[in-house]
Design a protein around this ligand. Structure first.
Ligand SMILES: *[C@@H]1O[C@H](CO)[C@@H](O)[C@H](O)[C@H]1NC(C)=O
Ligand SMILES: *[C@@H]1O[C@H](CO)[C@@H](O)[C@H](O)[C@H]1NC(C)=O
Ligand SMILES: *[C@@H]1O[C@H](CO)[C@@H](O)[C@H](O)[C@H]1NC(C)=O
Length: 426
């Protein structure tokens, strides 16, 4: 596959000759919609618009309208005295030549070759007896004991986002019934002959919708802005704003109960590869159920935390508490020379996550999300702890986890705001 410059807009546009792609009406639709999608993301939208998440396909998610909708980095004025960020390499990915012969491998069709168990989610909590200071909250009031149990890969019921308490108003992330119905039908059915029901969903809060509307971007009568189905989220669950988009980032399997695959893309980056080929290359071909890249320079959790503190992205006491808990539960510094490391890095670049919605992948997503809810919103700090603990508590349950290279991540998801050479990667 050849990546020619980035300003072709977006992945699906590159497919130009859509007619040759697949004899599937569903696929044509997306391919031709891609052009509009490309235009849409180049629209200029004011900085005040706050996007909770945009989910494409399978789903593709973003946070922070500004970067995403401001379009290409070419469009961004460059301050002459700005310090040039270092340029990190991209590398070639051996994608299939085309999606023509894409066939979902048998063991992915029912996920039978993956660890099997069934997880249910706590959706109601009662007011604890004898409590008079009780406030329901999104994610619930998970005790440390419940947290410990939640890591087991076996049939059980755990906290994972949406939870309510009878007699109280909702804990947030409220969606209209018609949106819920629509989302429950979003699935990607992949077979030799069909690719259908790809979903492009944009989550907005009401204020952002009115900002968008005032800029002339009104949803049509079906609730779409261009190809995006707009879903309004009312009553944001977290006062800590950066935690709100984590709902879609981590627990998309709860928002889209029928979706079998998902791709998360952060607003800092632009998708530049075909999502179907990404699924083929990083999940099917490697027989993985979860794929994420390492970080481009930092491999260690303490190092990442120090960087976050330096950039004032996190509260020192909060990160201290979090790391104390993790250290006392066995997290160590990353030692690159240790051949027994379960991960090639303890620090991910979490702006791109490619997932199959298998039991282990869903469980990991829930326990990682719960760490982000309980501790700091910096998910890189909880990534390795949640993973290593999951593995440690389930030594006999496979979790097919693929940590790919940052240079590959850059080929698929290009950082915005960094002026990169117009490399042609082949
Ligand atoms: C499915 O799992 C079995 C048992 O672990 C393994 O032998 C087989 O190779 C797997 N099939 C594929 C296609 O990966
Ligand atoms: C776990 O749940 C699944 C689906 O509900 C069920 O088929 C299976 O028997 C359960 N396993 C155990 C060990 O209870
Ligand atoms: C894992 O499997 C081994 C060997 O079959 C067994 O001895 C051990 O008890 C199992 N561990 C768990 C936690 O199930």
């Amino acid at each position: 596959m050849t990546f020619v410059k980035q300003n072709s807009g977006l992945l699906l546009e590159r497919r130009g000759g859509a007619g040759s792609i697949l004899n599937s009406p569903g696929y044509f639709r997306i391919a031709s919609r891609g052009r509009r999608f490309g235009q849409f993301i180049k629209m200029r939208i004011s900085h005040s618009v706050f996007v909770l998440a945009a989910l494409v396909l399978i789903y593709f998610s973003t946070f922070g309208f500004k970067a995403f909708f401001h379009g290409t980095q070419e469009a961004q004025p460059e301050s002459s005295n700005a310090v040039k960020p270092p340029v990190y390499p991209r590398c070639k990915i051996d994608f299939l030549e085309s999606v023509n012969d894409l066939v979902e491998p048998k063991d992915f069709r029912d996920f039978r070759n993956f660890t099997q168990f069934s997880v249910e989610y706590i959706d109601k909590e009662d007011v604890p007896f004898g409590t008079n200071m009780y406030k329901p909250r999104f994610g619930g009031h998970q005790t440390l004991q419940e947290r410990e149990k939640s890591f087991y890969a076996k049939n059980h019921t755990l906290h994972c986002g949406f939870v309510n308490t009878p007699g109280f108003s909702s804990t947030g992330f409220d969606l209209d019934e018609k949106d819920k119905t629509f989302m429950s039908t979003c699935k990607i059915v992949i077979s030799e002959f069909s690719l259908k029901n790809l979903c492009f969903v944009l989550f907005l809060d009401e204020k952002s919708l009115s900002t968008l509307s005032s800029e002339g971007n009104n949803p049509d009568h079906r609730g779409y802005i261009d190809l995006w189905r707009v879903v309004i989220v009312r009553n944001l669950p977290f006062d800590n704003m950066p935690k709100n988009p984590k709902v879609a980032k981590f627990i998309g399997h709860r928002l889209f109960p029928s979706a079998r695959y998902s791709i998360w893309i952060d607003s800092k980056v632009r998708l530049e590869a075909d999502p179907m080929l990404m699924i083929e290359r990083f999940l099917w071909r490697t027989r993985s159920e979860y794929a994420i890249s390492n970080h481009y320079v930092r491999y260690d959790v303490w190092e990442e935390a120090a960087r976050n503190l330096f950039l004032k992205k996190v509260n020192a006491a909060a990160v201290d508490e979090q790391l104390t808990v993790y250290e006392s539960d066995g997290l160590t510094k990353f030692d690159p020379s240790n051949p027994n490391n379960l991960l090639p890095s303890y620090n991910p670049e979490s702006c791109l996550i490619i997932r199959a919605h298998t039991p282990m992948s869903n469980l990991y997503s829930c326990v990682w999300f719960n760490e982000v809810v309980r501790f700091t919103n910096r998910d890189q700090i909880s990534f390795a702890y949640a993973y290593l603990k999951l593995r440690r508590m389930n030594p006999n349950s496979s979790f097919y986890f693929h940590m790919f290279k940052d240079c590959e991540r850059r080929t698929m998801a290009r950082p915005l705001g960094h002026r990169l050479p117009h490399a042609v990667v082949t």
